[in-house]
Design a protein around this ligand. Structure first.
Ligand SMILES: C[S@@+](CC[C@H](N)C(=O)[O-])C[C@H]1O[C@@H](n2cnc3c(N)ncnc32)[C@H](O)[C@@H]1O
Length: 183
């Protein structure tokens, strides 16, 4: 299973959306495909300067790595990180999800992706640091999905997890992380 996105290639600041094939050799793409046992012809990827591999791709592995979100998203869902908007269609199709707020730290990523990614009028985007974001007063949150940890994060993965739980447990205990529930 895979969700294919339709976001045009482009560059803004430190970020690039690119269209790769299964033969692309840039940015350790063959290592990624081999590591994840991927075998599709075409992919859309998001690159960030300083990160050796794409930071997001519409691969089958990514679909599987979002398993927790598919299983537990409900109500108002806060998503950490826009990426290429891969998870959006599944949230739109989920009758338990009522609205989606995406917190993205980079205006460049928003400029590259937001206009073209799948969304409906329950989706909104916020420019901000998901690790520290304070929702507007009165906001109710039912689900938090954390997919912002990148290899250049100064926190290790345990510190990151603790920080996210600390920031959002005021609102909900339904907090999931990329890669969680992966079989
Ligand atoms: C792996 S991608 C998210 C993929 C997304 N779930 C999707 O479906 O396409 C990670 C995203 O998190 C963003 N990001 C990284 N650190 C962040 C932070 N502290 N706050 C908000 N966004 C952040 C990156 O710019 C990138 O867009």
């Amino acid at each position: 299973m895979r969700i294919v996105v339709d976001v045009p290639a482009g560059t803004s600041g430190d970020y690039e959306v690119a269209h790769y094939t299964n033969e692309t050799t840039d940015n350790m793409w063959q290592v990624y495909l081999g590591m994840k046992n991927e075998n599709y012809d075409n992919y859309t990827v998001l690159l960030k300067d300083g990160c050796p591999m794409p930071i997001m791709q519409d691969s089958e592995a990514e679909y599987n790595e979002h398993e927790w979100l598919w299983n537990y998203a409900e109500g108002h869902v806060v998503i950490g990180g826009l990426g290429i908007g891969m998870c959006h269609q599944a949230l739109i199709d989920n009758p338990d999800v009522t609205s989606v707020t995406i917190v993205e730290i980079s205006q460049d990523v928003i400029d590259l992706v937001w206009d073209d990614c799948v969304k409906d009028d329950t989706f909104s985007i916020v420019l901000g640091d998901f690790e520290e974001w304070t929702p507007p007063e009165g906001t109710e949150i039912d689900t938090v999905w954390a997919d912002t940890w990148l290899v250049d994060n100064t926190l290790d993965i345990n510190q990151y997890t603790n920080k996210i739980v600390e920031n959002y447990s005021w609102y909900t205990n339904n907090i999931g992380f990329w890669g969680q529930d992966l079989e």
